[in-house]
Design a protein around this ligand. Structure first.
Ligand code: C5P
Length: 398
C-alpha cells in the first residue's frame, strides 16, 4: 500500500523525535521513500546523520541553502510528496502552521504545500490542554490537516496525561489511511461507538451491554474508503480499528465534548449506546454501608442528547447526520418518528428484540430511513452492514 509513495517527513524538536528513526525504517520496509526535513530544535534530539542514513536521502534543514534551492526549490520539495508527515509536531510548530508562518524551512514547506498533511502532536500535558493549542488544533483541522494521537501516558517530563506522540504502528496506520484512495478521501467523518459509563462513585458506574462492534465496523469501513475518521468511543469490548483517530471517553458528557471538539466534519454517525441518564448525586468518595440497612437513593439527571445536539447545530452542522435506533417493536414507525424528533438525516433502525439475537451478535438486520423513505436490508453481518452504510455515505457526500 505504501510502495512507491513519497513521504516528506518533517521532524520538529521534541523528545519523541527518537521514534521517527523507527518510523523511517518501517516506512522504507514498506517501500515508501522518505525525505526528511528537520527544524533547528529537532537537531538537539536526533542527529541529521541518523535521519539521512535511515532514509537513504539527504536531510533538508535550511531555507537558505542555495545549493538545495538550485537542485530543488522549497516549493517543489513541498509538492513532490504524496503526503507530508509532521512527527513529532510540537505545540510551537502547530501554532506556526495555524498562523500561516513561513520563517524556517519546515513552516515554509507546510505553507507552500498542496499535499495532504498529517501531524503527530507530542508535547507536555498542559501545553496540549492549553486553550491556545486547542484553538490551533481546531484551525488545523478546519484547514484539512489530519491528526494522529497524542496518546495518554507517562511523559518524559514526569507528568501523566495526553501528550505522548502516537506509537509508530499508529502513525503508520494513519499514513496508510491518509494515502488510501477511495471515494471518501479527504472527507472528515465523526463516528461515536460503544457504551458510556456513568459514575455512581469513584469505583462504581452504570453501563450498558453495547460491545461497540457495529460502530467499530462502520469506522473501519469509512476509513477503508479513504475517510479521515475521528472515532469517539466509550469503554467498548472490541478494539478500535486501525487508521482512525481514536478519542476515548467514559461518560455521555465527555462524549459530547469530544464530538464537538472533532467538528467540523462532513458527516457524523452516532452508533454509540449513550446512557440517557447519569447519576446526579454521584459520590466523590466510595459509598459505604452505614449499618442502618438502608440502601442509598440514587438520583438521576438527563444526559445531553449528542445526536440531537449535533443535528440541531445552526452553524457547523455536518452535511450528513446519521443516528441509530434500536427498537423492539414497530421498528419502522418508531425510527421514522425518531428521525424527525432528533433532526438527523438518516436513521439506521434495527430490531433488537431478544428473538432476533442481534444484540451482542455478529449479524444485524437494519432498515435505513432517509428523507426518501425506508429500505430494509437483508440480514447481514455487522461488517457487511458497515460496508453498505459507508458506501451510501460516500454516495451522499459525492
Ligand atoms: O433516543 P435513542 O437513544 O433511542 O436514540 C438513539 C440514537 O441517538 C443513537 O444514534 C445514539 O447514538 C444517539 N444518542 C446520542 N446521545 C444520547 C442518546 C442517544 O447521541 N444521549
Amino acid at each position: 500500500m505504501l510502495s512507491g509513495k513519497r513521504i516528506l517527513l518533517i521532524v520538529s524538536g521534541g523528545i519523541a523525535a527518537y521514534k521517527v528513526l523507527d518510523l523511517i525504517r518501517r516506512l522504507r520496509e514498506r517501500g515508501a521513500a522518505v525525505t526528511p526535513v528537520m527544524t533547528r530544535a529537532a537537531a538537539e534530539f536526533v542527529t541529521p546523520l541518523s535521519l539521512s542514513a535511515l532514509a537513504g536521502e539527504k536531510v533538508f534543514r535550511d531555507l537558505f541553502d542555495l545549493t538545495d534551492e538550485a537542485e530543488m526549490g522549497h516549493i517543489q520539495l513541498s509538492r513532490s510528496a504524496d503526503l507530508v508527515v509532521v512527527a513529532p509536531a510540537t505545540a510551537d510548530l502547530m501554532a506556526r502552521m495555524a498562523g500561516g508562518h513561513a520563517d524556517d524551512l519546515a513552516s515554509t514547506l507546510l505553507l507552500a504545500t498542496d499535499t495532504p498533511v498529517l501531524v503527530a502532536p507530542a508535547m507536555n500535558v498542559r501545553m496540549w490542554q492549553h486553550p491556545a493549542t486547542r484553538r490551533n488544533l481546531a484551525t488545523l483541522r478546519g484547514d484539512g490537516v489530519r491528526v494522529v494521537g497524542p496518546n495518554e501516558g507517562d511523559m518524559a517530563c514526569g507528568e501523566f496525561g495526553p501528550g505522548r506522540m502516537a506509537e509508530v504502528p499508529e502513525i503508520l496506520a494513519a499514513i496508510e489511511a491518509a494515502l488510501a484512495d477511495g471515494p471518501l478521501k479527504g472527507r472528515r467523518i465523526v463516528v461515536t461507538s460503544g457504551p458510556t459509563h456513568e459514575p455512581i462513585d469513584p469505583v462504581r458506574y452504570i453501563a450498558n451491554r453495547s460491545s461497540g462492534a457495529q460502530g467499530t465496523a462502520i469506522a473501519r469501513a469509512l476509513a477503508g474508503l479513504g475517510a479521515e475518521v475521528v472515532f469517539v468511543t466509550g469503554p467498548a469490548t472490541v478494539a478500535p480499528p486501525a487508521g482512525v483517530q481514536v478519542v476515548r471517553v467514559e461518560t455521555a458528557r465527555e462524549m459530547l465534548e469530544a464530538v464537538q471538539a472533532a467538528l467540523p466534519a462532513e458527516a457524523a454517525v452516532f452508533a454509540a449506546a449513550v446512557a440517557d441518564w447519569r447519576v446526579a448525586n454521584a459520590a466523590g468518595q466510595k459509598m459505604k454501608k452505614d449499618g442502618s440497612g438502608r440502601a442509598p437513593a440514587l438520583e438521576f439527571a438527563e444526559n445531553p442528547d449528542i445526536l440531537a445536539t449535533v443535528a440541531g447545530l445552526s452553524k457547523g452542522r455536518p452535511r450528513l447526520v446519521v443516528g441509530f435506533a434500536a427498537e423492539t417493536h414497530d421498528v419502522e414507525a418508531h425510527a421514522r418518528a425518531k428521525r424527525g424528533r432528533k433532526g438527523c438525516d438518516w436513521i439506521v433502525a434495527n430490531d433488537v428484540s431478544p428473538a432476533t439475537g442481534i444484540m451482542g451478535g455478529a449479524e444485524n438486520e437494519v432498515t435505513l430511513i432517509t428523507a426518501e423513505g425506508a429500505e430494509t436490508w437483508p440480514r447481514l453481518t455487522k461488517h457487511e452492514v458497515a460496508q453498505r452504510l459507508a458506501q451510501r455515505i460516500a454516495e451522499a457526500l459525492a
